[in-house]
Ligand binder design. Structure first.
Ligand code: GLC
Length: 483
């Protein structure tokens, strides 16, 4: 085992620099928690984890303290591309920000048209790998996340075959299998990387995520259930047989949440702080939320909360349909999130139909999100698939009881009828039945509080997952050395 374990952690987004979705939460937290693992867990090896991110134009204006570190050329057939590297730190962890024409010329973190992101992320992945050589800092593990950085695993394997980067292993974490990236054959060619014979299905042979899945020494799905689901036709997106062939390399490690930041006892964004022993204070947050949203202030009406990207994945379309079926019951709903316009329209229509019961806000608003976790009674998450899901964990931590479909990480984080309500298969009628059941139990204060407390007492901290990643790093290095 190497005495020091060096890890280069690549992601398209990471809090607090830039966050679009759950990947940003994970990439902002996991590397820090890995670094914080105590020596008794790391058996004395020093873990040096460094995060590398693209210097997205939105990041640039925010990191004025980042210092220019170095400039080097990345070889490309029609003329080398200059890579500019900046260095900053996050709680003592080194963070590299990579800039260069393909990044600076792009608008947002992700384009609506993924094809436009092909060159940017090819450039970023290759530049990040090359950076380690320029710095003369040898990682033991290159840890990539999702399609955007998967090509770092691919380039590493090809280069390892050519005798470069000896004894450097790779880990690829799958946060969302359906997003595989665009055809990058032309970009790989331009940067001098051949397209290998991979045995991937023909349609996938030039897509970054499949290439990463082929090349990575270890693959991680963000929950044990998702690791099993991706081997099935229902969730495998056409790669199930291929992943099956690689199942020895496939692991499931649950994400954590930042339990210090998401703590109802200290959260400054909510009206009144509380914890499991002081749960009787929690209803004041419900009143404050009802007042803020202009809903009738009533402690007895079940308040349903949604905080989500408006995406078909999240089953947002099922929410208006299920609530319309339950029009004869007493409930209020608050829905926060932005995304696909058609889904926003459906939620807007629900609000027009129930003007005295539904409030919807179409934006990303972390403060309001926290007030919903603290003030709503139930949290709706009827996902069609859910690699891990973070908001159900946050909801439970705040005593907001989740009502979820039994998929992926939702199954691994919720105990059915103990910490939340769960229904098989995301259909309108099953979802409506689950909400009805929760509404029926809600007036039984003792039973309800027991559920809230059971959820609040779960350990969703990163420490457990960071330890599992560390053990995976060790196994991955050992396998490569043994080869
Ligand atoms: C993606 C997945 C979500 C997961 C997150 C972080 O956003 O959809 O389930 O929690 O990545 O891994």
């Amino acid at each position: 085992m190497p005495e020091n374990l060096n890890v280069l952690f690549l992601a398209a987004e990471a809090e607090p620099f830039v966050k679009v979705g759950g990947l940003g939460d994970v990439a902002g937290a996991l590397p820090r928690y890995l670094r914080g693992l105590p020596p008794e867990v790391t058996e004395g090896s020093a873990l040096d984890v460094r995060l590398v991110l693209p210097m997205h134009p939105v990041v640039k204006s925010d990191v004025s303290d980042a210092r220019p570190l170095l400039i080097f050329p990345l070889a490309k057939k029609d003329g080398d591309v200059q890579v500019q590297v900046f260095e900053t730190s996050l709680n003592g962890m080194t963070v590299y920000l990579i800039d260069g024409e393909p990044i600076s010329s792009s608008g947002s973190v992700y384009s609506l048209d993924a094809a436009l992101d092909g060159e940017k992320y090819t450039f970023f992945s290759l530049a990040a790998l090359e950076l380690t050589r320029q710095l003369n800092w040898k990682p033991n593990i290159v840890h990539a996340n999702d399609w955007h950085t998967a090509l770092a695993c691919y380039a590493l394997l090809i280069k390892r075959w050519e005798g470069e980067f000896p004894a450097v292993s790779s880990v690829l974490t799958l946060h969302n299998l359906p997003f595989m990236g665009p055809d990058v054959s032309a970009h790989l060619e331009a940067y001098g990387l051949p397209l290998a014979q991979t045995g991937l299905p023909e349609w996938a042979h030039a897509l970054p995520l499949p290439l990463g899945l082929w090349a990575a020494d270890s693959i991680v799905a963000v929950s044990p259930t998702y690791a099993r689901e991706v081997l099935t036709p229902e969730f495998g997106c056409g790669l199930q047989d291929y992943l099956h062939a690689r199942r020895e390399a496939l692991n499931g490690i649950l994400n954590g949440i930042d339990v210090e930041s998401f703590n109802p006892a200290t959260d400054a964004a909510i009206a009144v702080n509380y914890g499991a022993p002081t749960l009787s204070r929690r209803p004041q947050n419900k009143t404050a939320l009802q007042v803020r949203l202009g809903l009738p202030t009533d402690a007895n009406v079940p308040l349903l909360g949604v905080v989500s990207r408006m995406d078909p994945q999240k089953g947002i379309d099922l929410i208006p349909k299920a609530l319309k079926k339950l029009r004869d019951l007493n409930w209020q709903a608050v829905i926060l999130g932005a995304g696909v316009p058609k889904l926003e329209e459906q939620v807007k229509a629900l609000q027009s139909e129930f003007p005295d019961r539904v409030r919807a806000e179409f934006k990303y608003d972390p403060g309001l999100a926290r007030q919903i976790y603290a003030g709503a009674d139930m949290f709706l998450m009827p996902s069609r698939y859910e690699p891990c899901g973070l908001s159900q964990m946050i909801a439970m931590r705040y005593g907001c009881v989740p009502i979820v479909s039994a998929v992926g990480g939702l199954k691994d984080t919720i105990f059915k009828d103990e910490t939340g309500f769960m229904f098989e298969k995301p259909t309108v009628s099953r979802f409506a039945t689950a909400i009805k059941k929760a509404i029926a139990i809600f007036p039984d204060r003792a039973k309800w509080e027991a559920m809230q407390k059971a959820g609040m007492e779960q350990d969703f901290s990163w420490t457990v997952s960071a330890r599992q990643y560390f053990q995976l790093y060790q196994r991955t290095c050992a396998r490569l050395i043994a080869r």
